[in-house]
Design a protein around this ligand. Structure first.
Ligand code: ZN
Length: 387
């Protein structure tokens, strides 16, 4: 199996470390991870404004009555608007993954060196506020925003090859224990192969609006908001670097850079030069942890800024075993639509933001490192694109 099945997963001691922070000599601060979306948003606005950021806020309408405050996508821009280099740092595309994103962004922004005249830096605090507020991965319409960026309506149909084989596993109508789920998942792997199964599940589907990895029948308001900011604030002449933070894929306490473009493409070569020591996965790499998806966020930038030089990477942090993550997703989704959600949202949270001081410290340190490296290698990006 190409994926780290049977590889390291969170142990009980990892789980328990969260109760007594052991951040070590670096003095890791566990409060970097916010208590909820609203606390995170308020901290983001305060910290960014203290750094002289210009704030763009896009209010989001919601039909959920039990939210204490209005929802908003907030973007902080620091530096010159006419700078040729732009870095866009995005958190919370998958709602519940916004907690790790918030921690990383806060660590970056609170120690940010002001950008030079040739660079502007933007932070999207949380692209999916409803998902973060409600501890879900999707938005209020059950749409996975990272499968939603399709701009031709005719593309929004169908499901990946083999979807009918995995559908009984992921669209279950009754709850199952983890051992029972694992048994059925392994049986599916044996019958259809792991990579087929992974592709069928995660590639993005446009037929089950109450299923997981649903890409949506329409462009979602969160994507429309980001698109209008891009149109307002960026240009096709910019050298744009996008870092989109995610968690839930890969081994515990590891991270990787995933790109949309194939091996040997200009974007791939540029990323290789800028992050030579990092594991970089393209959709076509045979040993890849990644897979081909439809409607990923990277497409939004190419669609909105045609011809622009864009280095787009997903910075992905591994959490639990893939079956644990999938089980948490499937169970949470089932309980969301049948009305008994609290316990399952705790499990989903654990799958995307484990309560482990070691994991949390690791993610912040690596998130800051990748951001710094993106900044330091801007001249490399320019040189590469000019040559
Ligand atoms: Zn994600």
């Amino acid at each position: 199996l190409p994926y780290p099945i049977g590889a390291s997963t969170a142990t009980l001691s990892d789980m328990n470390q969260g109760q007594h922070n052991d951040g070590g000599e670096r003095g890791f601060d566990p409060t970097l991870y916010p208590s909820d979306f609203f606390a995170s948003r308020s901290r983001f606005l305060t910290t960014a404004q203290a750094r002289g950021a210009e704030i763009f806020s896009y209010p989001l309408a919601t039909n959920t009555p039990d939210l204490s405050e209005p929802l908003s996508i907030d973007i902080a821009f620091i530096g010159r608007r006419d700078a040729p280099h732009k870095i866009l740092h995005i958190a919370g595309t998958h709602g519940v993954e916004g907690f790790i994103g918030s921690a990383i962004q806060h660590a970056i922004i609170s120690t940010l060196r002001p950008p030079d005249d040739d660079c502007g830096i933007a932070f999207v605090h949380c692209l999916n506020p409803w998902g973060m507020a409600m501890l879900r991965r999707t938005n209020e319409n059950n749409v996975d925003l990272n499968r939603n960026c399709l701009f031709d309506k005719s593309e929004r149909s169908g499901a990946p090859l083999g979807y009918e084989h995995v559908r009984p596993l992921i669209a279950a109508e009754i709850s199952s224990s983890f051992p029972a789920f694992t048994f059925r998942a392994l049986r599916t792997v044996v019958q259809h192969g792991f990579s087929t199964m992974r592709q069928a599940i995660t590639g993005g589907q446009y037929i089950d609006p109450q299923g997981v990895y649903f890409g949506g029948f329409d462009l979602q308001p969160e994507i429309v908001a980001l698109q209008s900011w891009i149109q307002q604030s960026l240009s096709a002449q910019d050298l744009l670097t996008v870092i989109d933070l995610h968690s839930g894929l890969g081994k515990f306490c590891t991270d990787s850079l995933l790109i949309d473009d194939c091996s040997g493409s200009q974007a791939h070569l540029s990323i290789l030069q800028r992050f030579p020591d990092e594991p970089i996965y393209t959709p076509d790499a045979s040993e890849s942890v990644t897979y081909t998806t439809r409607g990923s966020l990277g497409l939004l930038f190419h669609h909105t800024l045609p011809g622009a030089c864009i280095d787009y990477v997903v910075h992905e942090f591994g959490t639990l075993h893939p079956f644990r993550v999938l089980h948490a997703l499937v169970e949470e989704n089932l309980h969301f639509f049948t009305g008994s959600r609290s316990r399952n949202n705790a499990r989903l949270f654990e799958a995307f933001c484990p309560d482990s001081a070691r994991w949390r410290e690791y993610c912040v340190r690596r998130g800051v490192e990748i951001f710094r490296q993106a900044r330091q290698t801007l001249p490399v990006a320019r040189k590469h694109r000019v040559s």
